[in-house]
Design a protein around this ligand. Sequence first.
Ligand code: ADP
Ligand code: MG
Length: 254
Amino acid sequence: MVKILAIANQKGGVGKTTTGINLAASLVAVGKRVLLVDLDPQGNTTMGSGVDKRGLQQTIYHVLLGEQPITEVRVVSTPGKYDLIPANQELAGTEVEMVNLEQRETRLKTALQPVKEEYDFILMDCPPSLNLLTLNGLCAAHSVVIPMQCEYFALEGLSDLVNTIRKVRLNFNPTLKIEGLLRTMFDPRNVLAKQVSDQLQQHFGNKVYRTVIPRNVRLAEAPGFGVPVLFHDKLSKGAQAYLALAKEIMGATA
Ligand code: ADP
Ligand code: MG
């Protein structure tokens, strides 16, 4: 059975895209078949997966508008060995263009139907806002992975996301769960990070992944080469952390 995960947090720069790319590659490295869906008009997931967003004729945008089947848009086997549904700036128009379409919240869910059984995991990298694109991700997902940086306003932002998940559950996707909260760019020497991390565990208990992603320059460098960190520096702390996360997630879904 496929497991469909939305990677979401309306805050930008918390590590959603880094998690999408590197979790996808790590799941592949431990033998899983993975599809990564770029839902952000910035197209960072696309570029970081080694696909030039500027040269694309067909993207997730055309899939959401019903102009192309997902199989026409899919990039099979990127350098990280996962498949990709790419995005670029064109996707920024969907909010307006989808407004009058029927079932606009569940268009991604419907679009994924013909390919979902080809995969063990489908990961969706959501944009940094609680907009219609994120809503499509949440409606298509079984559960949500929430990357977060342990800083002062992190918990406050989290309550908006948790409320949105609750609303999606009520209106569209009754079984949507929080898969886990992922501490990213973590620096254990930072006292505030440690405090926020403790609070997180008090609030969310075992929903907080045991695996912590450290701040690691290799993770930040890898997108410049269009590869996941496993193909940039396999022994780096960042690569090892995402491999550990893949194993933790597999353990939880086995
Ligand atoms: P988001 O998708 O939530 O906006 P990104 O994954 O793009 O966040 O990360 C924001 C920036 O931080 C990027 O430049 C990325 O390379 C960098 N980054 C993300 N995670 C790490 C990490 N663990 N260590 C160092 N840099 C990181
Ligand atoms: Mg991003």
